[in-house]
Write a protein that binds this ligand. Structure first.
Ligand code: NDP
Length: 331
């Protein structure tokens, strides 16, 4: 019998949290044979709602769920956790400047960095979901210097999955037959969804997406903007932001990181950049990665054409600017 893994979810009383915790408790994130103990953190105004979520977890009688900690105390929440999914954050309200949102969130991530550094289990894996996800993750990394940089990541898997979904719809093929799209850069509208290395499994073998779609105008235009703006389209339709797909993507991200990516398949993760593909070093940038033995590695040697180069640079530039803005908010 496996020892339970402790999984922290911050902002657990929020929309994404509400979709995410039952997935974790069912084994979607860590496997159907892996017991879990959920640590749920939220802020005092959400304490009652958080307790309601805890009651529902009890009522769901999940066999894998070996315990629930629901708290507004960040130290209690972080103590002993092996995986931390950081969903809590200040939402952008109407009329708020980008700098105001940034300022609120980076100070949250600065203080949570210290709590994680001091109280999480050694080798805790961290996934930041709350926006601005890349820059929140960077601040967390900078203010938790004893957590290895490779353990701090941000979510671009939702964008990756959205790209797979769009290709699957366009070609009328199963989404499970599409692979190796790439999301480069920032989890913002400057991200670059790249299909140049993506393939589809067909009855006559693996074929490049470009060869099958035969519509470069769509691939270089509408496909990219649809993926970039999908979040806004969901808000318009649902009057609420995407929660089930964000929660599902968070599970995919951690599962592949911990249990490994299938042979020949890569996924997109926001990771601490070493300057691969001439992306700026020292920001959290989304790259194609493979995972093995609990560690990610950036896929190397992919050809980048001129069209892509510009887009990689543009999103990189935005991340460099966000980093500066974040530091100016903290000083
Ligand atoms: P959600 O659960 O919908 O979203 C949480 C965060 O995830 C937001 O920052 C959101 O950014 C971000 N996000 C990233 N990717 C996506 C995506 N694809 N779709 C939607 N959201 C995405 O927000 P709620 O307001 O429902 O819940 C937030 C919780 O956080 C609340 O329970 C609140 O009490 C808590 N909170 C915690 C704080 C803390 O820990 N100190 C501070 C403030 C709030 P975006 O807003 O840009 O969509």
């Amino acid at each position: 019998v496996k020892e339970p893994v402790r999984v922290l979810v911050t902002g657990a009383a929020g929309q994404i949290g509400y979709a995410l915790v039952p997935m974790i408790a069912r084994g979607v994130m860590l496997g159907a044979d892996q017991p879990v103990i959920l640590h749920m953190l939220d802020i005092p105004p959400a304490a009652e709602a958080l307790n309601g979520v805890k009651m529902e977890l009890v009522d769901a009688a999940f066999p894998l769920l070996k315990g629930v900690v629901a708290t507004t105390d960040v130290v209690e929440a972080c103590t002993g956790v092996n995986v931390a999914v950081m969903v809590g954050g200040f939402p952008r309200k109407e009329g708020m400047e980008r700098k105001d949102v940034m300022s609120k969130n980076v100070s949250i991530y600065k203080s949570q960095a210290s709590a994680l550094e001091q109280h999480a289990a050694p080798n805790c894996k961290v996934l930041v979901v709350a926006n601005p996800a890349n820059t929140n993750a960077l601040i967390l990394k900078e203010f938790a210097p004893s957590i290895p940089a490779k353990n701090i990541t941000c979510l671009t898997r939702l964008d990756h999955n959205r790209a797979l979904g769009q290709i699957s719809e366009k070609l009328n093929v199963q989404v499970s037959d599409v692979k190796n799209v790439i999301i480069w850069g920032n989890h913002s509208s400057s991200q670059y969804p790249d299909v140049n290395h993506a393939t589809v499994m067909t009855p006559s073998g693996e074929k490049p997406v470009r060869e099958l779609v035969k519509d470069d105008a769509w691939l270089n235009g509408e496909f990219i903007t649809t993926v970039q703006q999908r979040g806004a389209a969901i808000i318009k339709a649902r009057k609420l932001s995407s929660a089930l797909s964000a929660a599902s993507a968070a599970c995919d991200h951690i599962r592949d990181w911990v249990l490994g990516t299938p042979e020949g398949t890569w996924v997109s993760m926001g990771v601490y950049s070493d300057g691969s593909y001439n992306a700026p070093a020292g920001v959290i940038y989304s790259f194609p990665v493979t995972c093995k033995n609990g560690e990610w590695t950036i896929v190397q040697g992919l050809a980048i054409d001129e069209f892509s180069r510009k887009k990689l640079d543009l999103t990189g530039q935005e991340l460099t600017e966000e980093k500066e803005l974040a530091y100016s908010c903290l000083s």
